[in-house]
Design a binder for this molecule. Sequence first.
Ligand code: SF4
Length: 619
Amino acid sequence: MKYLLVTPPLTQLNTPYPATTVLKGFLQSRGHEVAQTDLGIELVDSIFSRQWLAGYAASCPNPDERQYLTQCSQTIGAVMRFLRGTDNTLAPRIANRSLLPEGKRFSQLADMEWAFGTSGTDDKARYLATLFIEDIADHIRTHLDPHFDLIRYAEHLASYAPRFDELHSALQAPLTPIDTLSLSLLDHQLSLHQPRIVGITIPFPGCLYAALRFGQHIKRHHPGIAVTLGGGFPNTEWRQLSDPRIFDYCDYINIDDGELPMLSIAQLLQGSITPDQLVRTFTRQNLSTTSFASLPSSPQADFTTQPAPDFDGLPLHKYLSLAEMTNPMHRLWSHGRWNKMMMAHGCYWHRCAFCDTSLDYIGRFQAPSAATVVDRMEHIMSQTGITGFHFVDEALPPRLLADVCREILNRHLTVSFWGNIRFEKAYTAELCNLMSDAGCVAVSGGLEVASDRLLQLIDKGVTIDQTVQVCRHFRDSGIMVHTYLMYGFPTETLQETLNALEVVRSMFDEGIVQSAFWHRYAMTCHSPSGLNPARYGAMRPDTTPNPFCNNEVDWLPSQPIHSANQSQPPQFDYDIEEVGRGLSLATYNYMNDLGLDQPVRSWFPGLHFPKHKKHHSRQ
Ligand code: SF4
């Protein structure tokens, strides 16, 4: 059976998303022929080309904009070569601002010398080249296709979609020029590989629209091909799906890891199993009902014995290293062609109150041997020629990580790597040094609410003191740290949030974190807090499943908050939106080494603080 595995537009531009590489490795080991393609990077490669931009410029009615786009088309080839790392000689010309036509984003550029000095020519050029690309993307979004963005496509249609109607209507509308281009790239892959099954991964909401456009196109024009959807988005959002119209765009929906579900579809098409033996797969049972095949509690592929991810067939030379920020830790996400792989499956802790611990991708922990992990790394390096790894584990298990580091050193491999961890006391100075020796350059981990009361409530299993100590060990070993932060957890007070920002400020000030990001808490129906909200001081007013997406759910405090002038009952007795803005602004400044001497309250000019005793000396 021949499969084509597709990553639809748009995920990320610097390196392939790992879903298709994992499935390709597995399905090949079971005797199937498997091709893979990243149509996100292929789309970007087509749009940001001299030919396409010249055509776009010619169609532009405004003479000034036509001239600007024509200039863009004349420089785009060189800029793309620079961003792909195949022609670094262009850096001085880009950096001295004599080459690129400058659009709207350049007008907001502040003095760049503070960020790059006079020696960071390559970084400065990459930053400016990124602005140049983003300006063109802005133009396309404003004038040609409102869905277009560099790392997502029509995300607003999928981000919160209890019903299918809006997305369905958008998919019935005429194709946009970007849709047409995407579909022509898909057709090219279909004629090249002649698959019987097309598997489309949907890791994020920003891929859903394109995935469904692809499915719609295949079902209309290539009815002999079976289309299956899977990945992180269906896995979290569609477990209670009941709107059958989704099957106008696909034949199957796989839930949880795709290995055995994808295999079972081939077995069904070969006639060796019946539809009720499909593994973790939804199908439309007939055209007139909304019922789905029940989700069987079927086995999952054993992660410990799986073959290595297979990168063969991906256009590795086309990925771009962009620079949206000058912060060196933050840039790891968009800069560099890191090989993405998992060290272990799931999270060994799987207890945090906000996390999807009831789902297989978190809750089922399986760790292979260190030798197996490093064998997989060596296989990937031989395929890609790249020695950098991004371990996309939910939380790297420290004991396995230590063994992997020793295995890397025993084999005398020169690699770099980074990944997610928990800030637990296992990260001693000794382990951090070992990690550094083996090639670890950065870690990311959740300090979340940065309050000992709330860390205990969410069962994070770490304290602030412990996190600070662990981060010092990483700093002393030369390993950068990014921390994920959270605000707006049920029962969290304004004072606790201010205290949390003060913790973060002091960690930046001490140089033990380099980057951070605040997420607003979202209750999901798969998390301990969504499954048992009363335990966390919350309640869910409505638990009826939506017909389309079900992941984030509404919640209210168990103790109602009095509100005189709000139509909806509030979750907090303070302005949570204003809090979010202040936290983001403060942290953005900290990441640029600014504002560290300001009192944390100063980032919230619109908030009224209750007059009571101070909780911290800097506030
Ligand atoms: S938040 Fe992280 S550490 Fe906590 S259960 Fe989820 S994956 Fe594990």
